[in-house]
Design a protein around this ligand. Sequence first.
Ligand SMILES: Cc1cc2nc3c(=O)[nH]c(=O)nc-3n(C[C@H](O)[C@H](O)[C@H](O)COP(=O)(O)O)c2cc1C
Length: 360
Amino acid sequence: MLLQNHGMTRLATAIGSFALNNPVICGSGEPVITESGIRAALRAGAAGVIAKSVNENPAGGRQLDKADYVRLDGRGLPTSGQGVSLFNRSGLSQRDTADWFASIAAIDRDARLDGAFVAASIVYAGADGAVRVASLARRAGLRVFELNVGAPHAAEAAPGAIVQETDPARLTELVRRVRAATEGMQLWVKLTGLSSNLPALALAAREGGADAVCMMGRFMGLIPDLTTFAPVLGTSAAYGGGWALPIVCRFLALTRKAAGTSFPLMGTNGVRSGEDVLRMALCGASAVEVLSATMHEGFGAISRMIVELDSFLTERSMTFRDLIGRTADGLAGYAEQPDIPGRWRDFVPPETISDADTSL
Ligand SMILES: Cc1cc2nc3c(=O)[nH]c(=O)nc-3n(C[C@H](O)[C@H](O)[C@H](O)COP(=O)(O)O)c2cc1C
């Protein structure tokens, strides 16, 4: 398989006891809604694939028929070009869940021979359904279950189709129930980007028995079309991009501080290069889930990121694991910074600083 043995030791990482060949996981989404998409992501060298999410409520699958997408350029404007950012409303897999899980479990068995994996994923509609779907994943023989409690579309989708959990106590209870149904599996919880409570939610997921958390989901946006004055795509929609990476990095670092270094974190939202994989790792991520880059440039984006990451590490004789959390562990508060009186003057228009103003 392409890149299978590429920099194996340098790039190796793990989510707790679950070993990965490298830190680049292909995240859940339309590119991996088919078996051939999943196999292509694995061929590109992905450490693993989170297969397109299912949902126990048929309304989630029906939402896929209303899904729409537009590529945005670096200024956040719709473009007919490749784009750097996606603005979309999405839906969920329409496949029968048991059939889908049987099929991805077969790919997981092949992937395992190469040290890779395929995970089942749910964007859930309710706790009972999440438990039922988790049991199906376990029965299919899958090794990893990702429970997405933070899909950005929850507020806009048909009522009851998607739930977003931002309450720590309820999250612990949900994870505890799903944990009971996923004995022996890895249970990863994907958290919302639409809360500032990420460290508390991560702790809540851990308390419920999660093996790791992934953060953070995309944001919601509204783009006015200056020709029609209507909303682009007709609705609010999920919005991500490279611009989101510093926000994710901060929450990774804060969560590492709150949860300690032994609770595995994964980053998602904004990774576009091998250097971006490293940025998230420096803030505490043991691996990342990338998706939009594959929609902008194909699954080759995954191979590119792995090569970029490997070059960075080779040039410095470092291993990926050496770097996890290094920036997070040096993160200080404002009060600890040295005084730099008058520094603000370098960042204001000249008129702000008048000779006559003696108060400054
Ligand atoms: C079109 C599209 C569909 C997605 N569908 C899912 C999904 O079904 N389940 C899920 O957990 N995340 C889903 N995501 C989120 C991605 O897995 C990923 O976490 C997010 O896009 C941020 O990473 P990125 O900047 O690399 O795209 C979707 C994202 C996009 C753009």
